[in-house]
Design a protein around this ligand. Structure first.
Ligand SMILES: [Cu+2]
Length: 331
């Protein structure tokens, strides 16, 4: 979702439009009045008969229509702007009907974010001409006419590296079975270790954490329902329930507080439509390392799906994620 498409950015543009119109009118009028009613300029003949006094409407000769307009026009504009602002709020706080949803728990701790998957998600980079296929007890990766040379298969955190058969442009791994209960990730690289393709299955119960440099992963074209909870990083003290955080996706113009002790948590929605990597910030001072409470959200395409591509942060090999986090900005 490019930032310029989001509700609040559109609202910003509308407010800017009306501000410019009102600004041109007000300053225009002011300069005309300054020039016409200066000392030494005779704007109207027999000015005296109007009994003009500084700071008050002319009493004897005045224009009722114009004076009513002074009240009516600004009132209409203010009511119009209020309605636009309220409509944007409603749009942000409502899940549109008939849209697919993806629910996820976001947990704020001192000082990192955790993403708890309550729904499974299988995704794959589209358009790379690399295909990951599980059949029975076999994993096949096709990469014809690509520069792919290496494959890393990570199942439940156990990584195994393989070399592709570059003449055939494929690899077949016997005895590697797909298990819907396991967090499985397949990454394909070229000879220079550039990441060409990712396939990943996140089962229910997966926890990704920014403390380990992991990104939040959300599918495109689905309304993300983010349930937000603040939790202490050390739960051994029952009297300590954690601190206030605020989950902020600055590019999308949405932000919501995480309230310690609020069992039901709070909720925030976003509907990303473009693939890409976008920043996450904590917008509520939450202690010593508040400024390090940063991360990224990857918008991906579900396996077999396609979505538009946005020019987000360039995807890199997972090793360089720490460096990416380090220069993530200073909010
Ligand atoms: Cu925080």
């Amino acid at each position: 979702m490019p930032a310029e498409d989001t509700v609040f950015n559109v609202l910003y543009d509308k407010f800017m439009f009306w501000s410019i119109i009102v600004g041109i009118f007000t300053f225009g009028w002011m300069f005309i009045a300054m020039l016409r009613y200066r000392d030494g300029v005779e704007p109207v003949e027999n000015m005296d008969k109007y009994h003009i006094e500084v700071g008050s409407f002319p009493v004897d000769s005045h224009n009722t229509k114009l004076e009513v307009l002074f009240y009516v026009l600004p009132t209409i504009i203010v009511v119009w702007l209020t309605m636009m602002a309220l409509a944007s709020n409603t749009a942000v706080w409502q899940v549109p009907d008939n849209e697919p949803t993806f629910e996820i728990e976001v947990v704020g701790k001192q000082w990192f974010w955790e993403f708890h998957y309550t729904e499974a998600l299988t995704w794959e980079d589209p358009g790379t001409h690399i295909d990951v296929e599980w059949t029975g007890n076999m994993l096949m990766i096709h990469a014809h006419n690509t520069t792919a040379t290496n494959v890393t298969v990570a199942i439940d955190g156990v990584e195994t590296d393989y070399e592709m058969d570059t003449t055939l442009g494929m690899i077949t791994l016997m005895g590697t079975m797909f298990d819907a209960e396991l967090h499985s990730k397949i990454t394909v690289y070229d000879a220079e270790d550039h990441l060409l393709h990712t396939w990943e299955h996140l089962p229910v119960g997966t926890i990704l954490s920014t403390a380990g440099g992991e990104h939040m992963i959300l599918p495109c074209d689905e309304v993300a329902i983010m349930n937000l909870h603040s939790r202490p990083s050390d739960a051994s003290n029952p009297n300590y329930v954690g601190v206030q955080h605020s989950f902020w996706l600055p590019e999308w113009g949405v932000k919501e507080d995480l309230v310690p002790g609020l069992e039901a948590g709070t909720v925030m929605y976003a509907q990303p439509d473009d693939m890409g990597t976008f920043p996450i910030r904590c917008a509520e001072y939450c202690g010593l390392d508040h400024s390090k409470m940063i991360g990224f959200v990857d918008i991906v395409a579900r396996e077999g799906n396609n979505c538009e591509v946005d020019t987000g942060v360039q995807k890199t090999h997972s090793d360089s994620d720490d460096a990416e986090l380090a220069d993530g900005g200073d909010y």
